[in-house]
Write a protein that binds this ligand. Structure first.
Ligand SMILES: Nc1ncnc2c1ncn2[C@@H]1O[C@H](COP(=O)(O)OP(=O)(O)OP(=O)(O)O)[C@@H](O)[C@H]1O
Length: 392
């Protein structure tokens, strides 16, 4: 009998429910043990998604398709079928997924469990109902639903989720792919960070990145793209871009409001230096904005996107600033130019296997293959528990 079954048997006895043989059969115990370990039987996921029916497909991400499903207990789930190009073995996948399933925070999408079935590897997430932030902010006429209060709550929630990933989760996690499409909103508009942990699930694997959009996201910290320097400050940079996008309603990667500005970041910085930073505010916020808060958030955004990673605040500091009344903050220095502006054909230095190996180059050393690689690695977990991620 496995350890977990023994444990459950003992627990049942201790709680006075009689022996396992009396009250529970082996199958019950097997089921309880599986739930305990967050392992989903493949058949459960097949049933929940109606055999991965195309009508249940929520979308196709860089790591594979995502399906909506419903468990027999009524819970709605999102099942991510990892692309089979991951060459990670079954045991390793199970170990990594088990660790990631322990990551739990109100502002991080909950990984309910996982499943390995033959060559198939699947991740099971809580279903987050209200679409991803990019669809609301950039693509739809629903943008006005994002009034200032909601945007401010998103700014605060994402900051808390990132702080948790960086400092408080069992393993310190650098996300590496913070962007509007990776922020999901629940029915109460609570933001949830999606797609953490993917670098652990795709070690030494490059193939999947070819399916991802190359170099267009505009969120990547310059030192990471240029030199492969990875630290929590790369996430801080991406967070700063997200904050400025939320305030302006403009996507950094396709910014064209001002011919004299290189990017949304450059525009925001120039306006700030002229004392006119509120001019960058989305006109749709006119009636709901709390201008002191907006000005503070612009300054936080600008502090986060500074070219020098050492000058950027930690997420801890950002959360502290956001929880106080707007007050005097230091002056931001010039912004770094985000990753999508750069393309390289070589492996970034410093991306060792412990630092998330998906930055490795492969034989396709073309422009786009690097950029795809650079933008694809969704996240990194620094293994040592209790040790803070290295800050550059
Ligand atoms: N837990 C979830 N609840 C609801 N919808 C989800 C969930 N996870 C993913 N989705 C949806 O599934 C689609 C694919 O998501 P996925 O995160 O795989 O890719 P992406 O964010 O579109 O791209 P990328 O892989 O480049 O980040 C998206 O439309 C997303 O909104």
């Amino acid at each position: 009998m496995s350890k977990s079954k023994n444990f459950l048997n003992n627990l049942i006895k201790t709680l006075g429910f009689g022996s396992a043989k009396e009250g529970h059969n082996e199958e019950d115990l097997e089921r309880i043990a599986q739930q305990e370990q967050k392992v989903f039987p493949f058949e459960t996921l097949v049933a929940a998604t109606k055999d991965f029916h195309p009508s249940n497909k929520l979308g196709q991400g860089g790591f594979g398709p995502v399906y909506k499903g419903k468990l027999v207990d009524g819970r709605e789930i999102a099942v991510k079928k990892l692309s089979q190009s991951s060459n990670q073995g079954r045991k390793e996948f199970m170990n990594e997924a088990k660790l990631l399933a322990r990551v739990q925070h109100r502002n991080v999408v909950n990984l309910l469990g996982y499943c390995a079935h033959g060559v198939e590897k699947l991740l099971v997430y809580e279903y987050v109902i209200n679409e991803s932030l990019d669809k609301l902010l950039f693509k739809s006429d629903r943008r006005q639903e994002l009034d200032w209060k909601r945007r401010f709550d998103i700014i605060c929630g994402v900051a808390r989720g990132l702080l948790y990933l960086h400092e408080d989760s069992h393993n310190c996690i650098i996300h590496r792919d913070i962007k509007a499409s990776n922020i999901l909103l629940d029915d109460k508009w609570v933001p949830k960070i999606a797609d953490f942990g993917m670098a652990r699930l795709y070690p030494e694997d490059q193939t999947h990145v070819n399916t991802r959009v190359a170099g267009t996201n505009g969120y990547m910290a310059p030192e990471y793209v240029m030199h492969g320097h990875l630290s929590v400050k790369a996430d801080v940079f991406s967070y700063g871009v997200l904050v400025l996008e939320l305030i302006s309603g403009q996507r950094n990667s396709s910014f064209n409001l001002d011919v004299d500005a290189l990017s949304l970041l450059d525009w925001a910085y120039k306006l700030y230096k002229k004392g006119r930073s509120l001019e960058m505010m989305d006109p749709k916020l006119a009636s709901s904005a709390v201008t002191d808060q907006v000005a503070m958030c612009i300054q936080i955004g600008l502090l986060c996107i500074q070219g020098d990673p050492q000058l950027r605040p930690t997420m801890h500091r950002v959360v502290v600033i956001l929880s106080k009344k707007p007050s005097n903050l230091e002056e931001p220095s010039r912004p770094g130019i985000p990753g999508s502006r750069y393309r390289r054909s070589h492996r970034p230095v410093g991306l060792s296997s412990t630092a998330g190996t998906s930055g490795e180059s492969n034989s396709h050393t073309t422009e786009s293959s690097f950029t795809a690689t650079g933008t694809s690695s969704a996240s990194l977990v620094v293994r040592d528990r209790g040790k803070r991620p290295v800050e550059s």
